[in-house]
Design a protein around this ligand. Sequence first.
Ligand code: ATP
Ligand code: MG
Length: 579
Amino acid sequence: MRYSSMLIPTVKEIPADAETASHKLMIRAGLIRKVAGGTYTYLPLGWRSLLKVIAIVREEMNKAGAQEILVPSMQPHELWQRTGRSIDYGPTIFRIEDRHGKVNVLGPTAEEVVTFHAAAEIKSYKQLPFNLYQISPKFRDELRPRFGVIRSREFLMKDAYSFHADAGSLDETYWVMYEAYERIFTRCGLKFVAVEAEVGEMGGSGSHQFTVPCESGEDTIVYTEDGSYAANLERADVDPLSKEDTDAEIPPTEQVHTPNIGSIETVCAFLKTQPKDMIKTLVYATGDDVITAIVRGDHDVNSEKLSQAIGGKHIELADEVTIEKVTGAKVGFAGPTGLAQEVSKMLIDHVVAAMAVGVAGANKTDYHIKNVVPGRDFPLEGDNVIVTDIRYAQQGDTRDGKELLFKKGIEVGQVFKLGTKYSTKLGAKFLDENGEEKPCLMGCYGIGINRIVASAIELGNDENGIIWPITIAPFEVLVTSVNQDDEEVAQVAEGIYHRLTDKGVEALLDDRILRGGVKFKDADLIGIPIRVTVGRKSVAGGNVEIKLRCESQSRTVSIEQAAEEVAELVNSLKEQLKP
Ligand code: ATP
Ligand code: MG
């Protein structure tokens, strides 16, 4: 392709709303343009890169035995009601009403539709297992679309769904997918880690998340130095603490007047205590039930863990009216004492159970209680009391006695063992060898195509622009004709460009009549991995220059040798990214 005839609108200005390197550079290098909040158009360079990612994903999925299909983005809402995910996803789902008043969903993913088909087509165990995938747009009305294409409202996902007769078969496919993911991300030039993940709204029994560690990531991975444990923050378990020593006799509870002082910080300042000596009580709603979560004042409730502790049910923080009804006090004064009988379940973090004594809300507006002893002043056992791990890991926590470390990252993919959640609800059943009817076991496997491109840029950039991995770069080689107005230079550049193209190398010829400096700036910004510089001086000496985008030094090669050498360089760069 010729630069002069392509739309590559590079810009100097950093877009005002761009916070991350990839967002800034994708706009500046003319890869994408914003249409509206969280929706982007891919311009020619951006789309070329995306297509390369798609090709890699498709190749590896096919190799792993998955079959490509395409399901509609617009799906009947009714299917989403049947699985309960209309509620679970809540406002994240785009809903549209058609002219007949029927509600449709713009699919945020496709378990429902694919399982609907499986239900209709599967009769016997003989048809199992199989794995279907698609690469298609997904829609999510994200609370905070941001970081350009990393969290957008419309994005491309590769989503796969496998169906099995037994757990062994699901396990096998799960690991085949896991390994396919490792190959995909390696081939795309990403440095990534696979960590244990929470199953979340998907439901199911096991999951791994593939994350690209980088500062701008919204995910946190939690790991031990020796690598024996790695999980995402939603999932990360922490060691329980042993019961604090209490030689001293703790006096009975004492109510203290804390007028208008509801937050942990203000209570601490007022009572001259510390968050770690406080007991925090949060009220959640799940369907018509109310549950409470009790954690230490310096800890945060992990709603994923909370939800898992009550059998994976969807939970939400209760509204003010509910809180006041249950606690008998304004928001800010909830406490565990006397609350167990008011709620359907009381979940107590095991760190709280290990506390000797603490300060808690009094369930009375403007009052707190001192000298609250877990087990004495509120129950640690009982029909509706569960003591377990319900909080986020934080600095200082350990797992199996080893210190937990934290790192930011971008989630690029996730694999799940779904079990029978969807097949049961949507009737995807089969007859086994004994003629017994059973629901299929399922797995699902997602990859964010756009996030791969953005993550590659997060990892590969400098102050001048993008540094692409060759496998997903929009072009492999940029031939820059520095003096396009000089006929000889233009001809040499043209000749090398043609020879490269003939060899199957993807080359872009910068044939614009512009100053060399401008061309070099653009070259650095769009970040094509190999640049061949054809200038008047070197051509006069029978040479051109070859430079890697990731290195500062260039080297000289003869005009005759140039295409051959560049083609070899392309191959060796590709070789480095082979799994
Ligand atoms: P997140 O936690 O970042 O919201 P998720 O876990 O909800 O993502 P999945 O349902 O697992 O996402 O979707 C599969 C993949 O799709 C993710 O691993 C991610 O790479 C990509 N993805 C999800 N949401 C978005 C989005 N809003 N924009 C771009 N890619 C996305
Ligand atoms: Mg995910």
